[in-house]
Design a protein around this ligand. Sequence first.
Ligand code: 6PG
Length: 509
Amino acid sequence: MTEQNAHCDIGFIGLGVMGKNLALNLADNGYTIAAFDLDHQKVDDVLAADANENTTDSPRIVPCHLFTELLGKLTAPHLIILSIPAGAPVDDVCGKLIDAGIKADDIIVDTGNSLWTDTVEREKRYRGKFNFFTTAVSGGEVGARFGPSLMPSGDPYAWARIEPVWHAIAAKVDPETGRALERTSHDQPLTVGEPCATYIGPAGSGHYVKMVHNGIEYADMQMICEAYHIMRESLKMTPIQIAEIFEQWNNGVLNSYLMEISAEVLREFDEETKLPLVDVILDKAGQKGTGLWTAVSALQVGAPATTIAQSVFARSLSTLKHARIRAAKLLKGPEITPVKTTEHASIIEQVHDALYCSKIVAYAQGFQLIKLAAREQNWPIDFGSIAKIWRAGCIIRAAFLQKITDAYDRDSDLGNLLLDEYFAGEIAKHQHNWRQAIAKATIDGIPCGAFSSALAYYDSYRMETLPANLLQAQRDFFGAHTFERVDKLAGKKYHVTWSQDKREMLEVE
Ligand code: 6PG
């Protein structure tokens, strides 16, 4: 290796859809990339894309076909970004880089959707061999190309090196309006605005936050689908009519990327059948696992993320297509109550408000989950900055995120978003409609589990007394599990001698 060869700023491993676009985004921002993929065709593809877009005189992306060749092309200490599938491939590549001679002060950044506990383990496993850092990326292929939302975590030393790189390529927000700044041209990177990339905390925390982002994404998507379903079934609206409603909603408080793309989807027709595209897509939802991880973690830390979990279950239920086809013939439901044309507008308004209030609850659950996990893991999380980096670039980006940012500006230690004056006021204003929409759907037999679970969460959270007192008595009855009393010191445990003829209340601890 000659000094001349070692001229690239960043090594990039994994040139699939996300990797290729991240590499090109880095190149747009002036970084020279040494690019590697086990599939040599992918290396050729990124070179071809770069040849089309490179307006400078020198090559921005240098091809590599061996790990040693990649290391030889990088300036030291090496900075290597991985965009490869989560799980075993990450350790496989790390092992190959160790064999190729990576050093203790070199940095490897995993940008895949890794399970956060794997990240914690990896950081320990590779300590002393190289610096294992992670950055969870949201935004899909367009986000990766023109500005994603980035959730980095790990060693602060590595962060100091990566920060300017991530700030350069991340989506940017206008600090005055909180709105995303548009970057659609490859040769004009955005150099102004607040970057959607902030250091989240110690190893694992960035992937945890991204996992919850995806949990909220699941809820957001499911709730839009429920709004669609009620309009389609109860109001007998066509996909195009619903697209028009979604477009209107996208101009108000429900403005979001997911709302925008849902309208676009509903406007699309299938070439072959001439039917609305949505009607030829099989109603079985896929999932790669991040929503499930969120629900599992919520159960583990005792965070009631019911709407997020419900959205994962809704996907599972959708996959039982054969069983549903049989059940549709056997299981009776109610007749759909016809709606007068004059009542359409008010029902649509109710569905709007159900979506809005449920969305507030889903975000409240997501942030509450991060808060409980952060407490357990000792992560010093800044919730305001998470809301800030989700304002642009990521899949759940929405006008709404600015309101969450404002809420954390008012109180950085906010226990629950629902307690913020703005959100409490919004729900108070819209809850009647929220309840009406769920009532209509329930009477018509249209499932709206995410809306209903969000409302049940809201009603449970605002209830000073829940029937958990009866539940505690049941537990004590059959298992002597004890209970606390409302009128005695917290922590003091009592048991009733239920099985004896003469029942007595005993103070047990
Ligand atoms: C993002 C997305 C991204 C990916 C999900 C899809 O933030 O860019 O969330 O991570 O699209 O993994 O997940 P499912 O396949 O589970 O829907």
